[in-house]
Design a protein around this ligand. Structure first.
Ligand code: ZN
Length: 349
């Protein structure tokens, strides 16, 4: 079997996918029109560039500007439900069997919704997806770096009642350069007390110290990106020794100029070094990608072979925050796929 065909068919996970960065452009435009939210372009073709980065931008800040319209249109239950369901439908087309969707509920209160209503709406679409589309998912709620810590405390206190019922983890997202991890220790202490997992965006924009700070001060069990881990040998050793997974999103890193090109991304070096690397999309719309494309880029630009693909796919299952029961299902499906397509003398070229 051709490696690219296998990439399309292999059962995959996506552990780092922002809901507001992964909304279909036609949906954003449709809701913007209904809600009289101004856009620069009103035909879909020209509109794409308002919500996508095509190539590179100058910084993470410029990248984050692409979230303005998506957040603006996600202020009513019906729209939040719709974009969640559409994301699940799109994920399924790429053979994603389990996805951890993340977003910042605090960004969706402008229309009068409460934090509970925002979170419940996403969980309700995820439950529909599990029952009717047969795609498993969990929710990671993001605290925002630039917001006062009190808001993140309110968020985690609101979310604790959904622990084990859809919400699996707390994340810290946003402008890493100006707001270091230590500002947000309290909500992450609470998440740990409430048995809610922790993952933190860190080392995405050149500040390698944020990786160890997130692990030590915020109890991070996984690191979002961790692209700059190579800048500090002790961090690399610690990540490898303690099997702290990296949620890597290579197109996003090219977009934000965290790396110069796909070829220069450190992902293969990390994998060969023994780090627990996982492959994810970050934002399918903003980064104009899919999980299948991310794997294709790894083969094309990073010389990933079959063993590498298998390793990161297995890591995606093993290091997910899925329940033991869901992990068993994912492993069974993955093993049966491998047996069917590669077993008993099957070759992949
Ligand atoms: Zn992210």
């Amino acid at each position: 079997m051709n490696l690219n065909k296998l990439i399309k068919l292999i059962p995959k996970t996506d552990l780092h996918c922002h809901l507001d960065g992964s909304i279909r452009p036609e949906t954003i435009l449709d809701i913007a029109k209904k809600e009289h939210i101004p856009t620069i372009n009103d035909d879909l073709n020209s509109f794409q560039k308002e919500v996508k980065i095509l190539g590179k931008c100058n910084s993470l800040k410029e990248y984050l500007n692409k979230f303005y319209l998506p957040i603006k249109i996600m202020q009513k239950k019906e729209y939040i439900y719709r974009v969640t369901l559409e994301l699940l439908e799109d994920a399924l087309k790429e053979n994603i069997k389990y996805i951890e969707i993340r977003f910042a509920p605090l960004n969706h209160l402008d229309g009068g919704l409460t934090l509970d209503e925002v979170i419940e709406t996403v969980i309700s679409a995820m439950n529909y997806g599990r029952s009717n589309l047969h795609i498993m998912s969990n929710l990671i709620i993001c605290a925002l770096r630039h917001e006062p810590v009190e808001k993140a405390i309110k968020l985690i206190n609101s979310a604790k009642k959904y622990a084990g019922k859809g919400v699996v983890a707390l994340d810290l997202a946003g402008n890493e350069a100006d707001f270091p991890p230590e500002i947000h220790t309290k909500p992450f202490d609470l998440a740990k007390d409430y048995n809610i997992h922790r993952t933190v965006h860190a080392g995405e924009t050149g500040i390698v110290e944020n990786i160890m700070k997130s692990i030590k001060l915020l109890h991070a069990e996984r690191i979002g990106h961790g692209t700059y881990a190579y800048k500090d040998k002790n961090t690399l050793v610690y990540l490898a020794k303690n099997k702290i997974p990296l949620e890597m999103c290579i197109t996003s890193n090219v977009n934000t100029s965290a790396v110069n090109s796909y070829e220069e991304h450190p992902i293969k070096k990390y994998l060969d070094y023994g780090l627990a690397v996982t492959v994810n999309t970050d934002n399918t719309t903003v980064s104009n990608t899919t999980i299948t494309k991310e794997f294709e880029y790894l083969v094309k630009y990073q010389n990933f072979d079959l063993e590498d693909i298998k390793k990161v796919t297995e890591n995606g299952i093993n290091f997910s925050f899925a329940s033991a029961e869901d992990k068993l299902k994912l492993h069974a499906e993955y093993s049966s796929f491998i047996k069917r397509f590669l077993g008993s003398g099957g070759v992949c070229y």
